[in-house]
Ligand binder design. Structure first.
Ligand SMILES: NC(=O)C1=CN([C@@H]2O[C@H](COP(=O)(O)OP(=O)(O)OC[C@H]3O[C@@H](n4cnc5c(N)ncnc54)[C@H](OP(=O)(O)O)[C@@H]3O)[C@@H](O)[C@H]2O)C=CC1
Ligand SMILES: O=C(CO)COP(=O)(O)O
Length: 352
């Protein structure tokens, strides 16, 4: 059924009620009518009857559905809050029900691949930029939506759920998307900045996860705060070079969604990426860690994608390269650190 402008729906939709989706849905519900989508019938029933989602508190005013069509019919603004590994599938499920009037903002800090049929990261010889998609690029590729934005910043969901003060960036080529995001989310406890460099903001949120895994490893090895400061500063420089190579601006990396989130994630035991590094340093294997984590640590897959890209593009990104060897090539962490300490970094800041 085609929707006319006069019948434009008014609720705000949230797709995915995991850790971050639940936190954002609750914040949106403070001043808006909200409907959430969960793929499992039992989660929908849990939300609608006892107002929790897998035990996470959900504002009692929030309604849930497992029908993408109902969500798209009821809402004109949708927040996609699912991990990157599921993003293409989820967007394809929603695509038949989306119209150009729908405004979409996503909060996903991961990448997808745009490969040919039967191809995978293991089989492609080279990984070019055109074969890597940010989540806004997935939405634009898979749907008729045009007004697309992302939400990124230092936003550990546990802290947001406790009502602790924080800020985020809404990035979009369309000022209207930024203004809507600010109108919906801004509060006394939550500041919302705008940025027109959506690719740079998405990449900032994606790339900081790599450095956060390394920060967790440094903490797990008990190497101290000097080493952490060294990693964060070299990590920021690496993020700038990678982001520029992938189409983002320097300014976005040194802003809230880049350096702001980098500092938070590199210091928080509530960060899943930090936790992966910490547990690796304590001697667990990657398989052991991932099989016992309930929530997604996007940085692991991001390391694989970025490592393949830099090898193709001929870029040096020593932290990512060494982390790839630790995660996927059995290099002991101590050796990776030894290698990094000998790496001939000589210029402090070389991107301005
Ligand atoms: N948690 C945080 O502090 C923050 C997270 N982010 C980003 O947000 C994104 C989501 O993270 P987070 O909420 O923590 O992840 P979680 O692992 O907590 O939750 C993921 C959610 O996505 C749903 N989901 C997974 N696969 C599918 C699918 N195929 N179809 C429909 N729904 C699906 C899950 O549903 P089900 O229960 O059915 O599996 C679950 O509700 C990530 O990219 C993360 O980097 C960004 C900022 C902060
Ligand atoms: O991006 C986040 C906070 O801004 C959450 O980080 P983790 O995915 O590592 O938990």
């Amino acid at each position: 059924m085609a929707l006319k402008n006069s019948s434009k729906p008014k609720k705000i939709g949230v797709v995915g009620v995991g850790s971050f989706g639940a936190a954002i849905a609750n914040m949106l519900a403070e001043k808006n009518e909200v409907m959430v989508y969960a793929r499992k019938e039992e989660i929908v029933e849990e939300i609608n009857s006892v107002h929790t989602a897998s035990g996470r508190e959900i504002n009692p005013s929030i309604q849930a559905t497992f029908d993408p069509e109902e969500l798209c019919r009821s809402c004109n603004i949708l927040f996609f809050m699912v991990p990157s590994a599921a993003f293409v599938d989820v967007v394809r499920r929603f695509a038949p029900h989306l119209y150009p009037f729908h405004l979409i903002i996503h909060g996903t800090k991961g990448l997808a691949l745009n490969l040919g049929p039967g191809e995978s990261l293991e089989t492609v010889q080279k990984l070019r930029r055109s074969q890597i998609l940010t989540m806004s690029e997935v939405i634009l590729q898979e749907t008729v939506s045009v007004r697309v934005g992302c939400l990124a910043g230092p936003n550990i969901s546990k802290e947001l759920s406790l009502g602790q003060p924080a800020a985020t960036v809404i990035a979009s080529k369309y000022n209207e998307v930024i203004l809507e995001g600010q109108r919906l989310l801004r509060s006394e406890k939550f500041q919302v900045y705008g940025n027109s460099d959506i690719i740079g903001v998405e990449l900032s949120g994606v790339l900081k996860n790599i450095i956060a895994i390394a920060a967790g490893a440094i903490a797990g090895l008990g190497l101290g705060e000097n080493a952490k400061g060294l990693l964060i500063s070299r990590g920021m420089v690496e993020m700038v070079h990678l982001s520029k190579a992938l189409g983002g601006s320097v300014q976005s990396v040194i802003g809230l969604a880049g350096v702001g989130d980098l500092v938070t994630t590199c210091n928080s035991v509530d960060s899943r990426n930090f936790t992966v590094g910490f547990r690796l340093a304590k001697g667990e294997t990657l398989d052991q860690i991932l099989s016992t984590m309930d929530e997604v640590a996007e940085g692991v897959n991001t390391v694989r994608i970025i490592d393949a890209f830099i090898k193709t593009a001929g870029i040096r990104a020593p932290i990512t390269e060494n982390l790839h060897r630790v995660l996927f090539e059995d290099l002991p962490i101590a050796e990776a650190l030894h290698f990094l300490m000998k790496y001939p970094f000589s210029v402090d800041v070389d991107f301005v």
